[in-house]
Ligand binder design. Structure first.
Ligand code: SAH
Length: 398
């Protein structure tokens, strides 16, 4: 087995079961491993520490798979997939929710692998992302196992994401097994219906990570005028309408996703809700609303990721501050701000400080009522805190 030997003193994170080896920790490479091969990771004295896949083109030179001297073969992938699927038993038994994440990469001991399930009325599809080079040799094994273990109608790949570039891989998408999904797969989430475009939708089609948060936020929406900013296909707004919102304005820069938002609102009739769809840049539209004196009872801010690297943290925090100042300014006294950041590099502490800055600058007194994070199908492994990326607050704004 080819191996990499670590520099002195660099074994501690490995012993603590952090799954990444960075290039700077490597003292030497033994046995000429090829990109994507499985290698052993050795301490400075050559003793076995762990085993994982090797990618000399990535800052993360090894992604660890195991801390035992076990074979990485089809039986290994089967065990890992079975365990990950078994962790979602609660979801499997919940008939009101048919779409959830089955495999969350490093956090499920399957580095770089995402598997989301989208259940329709007559069968379900799996959407997978292979985000690490080391997975490439195992594609067929993994797809075969998923087909066998989960009996989907089809398995669709959506590895058309930027992070693959950091692994030296291009984007790919397309059918891997079974039937092409229909243009929209109709899923259930908490008993609500959503059409999901598995081929073109964001991520694997739907923001599954916000499921529980949509419920929490909806609790503040009865009788309310709600501004759903960064609406995508309507998620938060559909829940708000079901809870009796008087009015929901869906705002997004993409007219295409707003058409789906409108369809999703229609899938879940709520006659008492007046719904509007506004295509435009959130920063500009919110500023115009503020200047025109428009006010709301609930403002939801769920922007896309602003920080992709350390270097972008300052501009990301400025963006978060701007949008949150506008959100606060648009609320009636006693209104509710539900605000999120999915930038892993902006941690909860920093995000709270940004909100503090925004509240001071707009002169509003703000209280955090609830702290939010990603749903339980996106668990955070304690040895891999990087798996925590979504954070949010429900705030009361006086
Ligand atoms: N809240 C959604 C997910 C939001 S994803 C849900 O629960 O499903 C972020 C959305 O912001 C995307 O739909 C994207 O089209 C939109 N977006 C990105 N930049 C924007 C901008 N400057 N103004 C308005 N919308 C924007």
């Amino acid at each position: 087995m080819p191996a990499i030997r670590l520099k002195r003193g660099r074994e501690k994170p490995v012993l603590h079961r952090h799954p990444w080896i960075f290039t700077g920790a490597v003292r030497e490479t033994q046995g000429e491993p090829q990109p994507g091969d499985v290698v052993d990771v050795l301490d400075q004295n050559g003793a076995f520490l762990a085993r994982g896949y090797y990618n000399p083109h990535s800052q993360i030179v090894v992604r660890l798979l195991t801390w035992n001297e076990e074979a990485i073969d089809a039986a290994f992938w089967r065990r890992r997939l079975e365990t990950s699927i078994a962790r979602r038993q609660g979801f499997a038994q919940d008939e009101r929710t048919t779409a959830y994440r089955l495999v969350y990469a490093e956090s499920d001991g399957l580095p770089g692998l995402i598997v989301d399930r989208y259940g329709g009325a007559d069968g379900h599809w799996l959407v997978v992302q292979f985000l690490a080079l080391g997975l490439e040799p195992w594609r067929r094994t993994i797809v075969g196992l998923l087909a066998e273990l989960l009996a989907p109608r089809g398995i669709y790949e959506r590895s058309d994401v930027e992070v693959r570039g950091q692994e030296g891989l291009g984007g790919v998408s397309g059918l891997l097994y079974g039937e092409e999904p229909p243009p929209l797969v109709e899923i259930l989430e908490e008993g609500l219906r959503f059409g999901v475009d598995l081929r073109q939708g964001h991520k694997t089609g739907f923001y599954l990570d916000q499921r529980e948060n949509r419920c929490f936020v909806a609790d503040y929406c009865a009788g309310a005028e709600v501004l759903n900013v960064f609406a995508y296909t309507g998620g938060f707004g559909v829940y708000a309408a079901q809870k009796g919102a008087r009015r929901v304005i869906h705002l997004d820069s993409s007219a295409d996703v707003l058409r789906l938002a409108e369809e999703n609102m229609a899938r879940n009739p709520s006659p008492g809700t007046e719904a509007k769809y506004v295509a435009g840049d959130a920063f500009q539209v919110l500023r115009a609303y503020r200047d025109a004196g428009r006010r709301f009872d609930v403002v939801i801010l769920d922007p896309p990721k602003f920080a992709y690297s350390q270097r972008q943290i300052p501009s990301a925090t400025r963006g978060y501050k701007d949008i949150n100042m506008l959100g606060m300014a648009l609320l009636r006294p006693g209104g509710t701000l539900a605000t999120f950041s999915c930038s892993g590099l902006v941690n909860e502490d920093l995000f709270q400080k940004v909100l503090f800055g925004a509240s001071v600058d707009v002169g509003r007194e703000v209280r955090i009522l609830r702290r939010l994070s990603q749903g339980p199908d996106h668990p955070v492994l304690l040895t891999f805190p990087e798996g925590a990326y979504l954070k949010g607050f429900i705030c009361r704004v006086e």
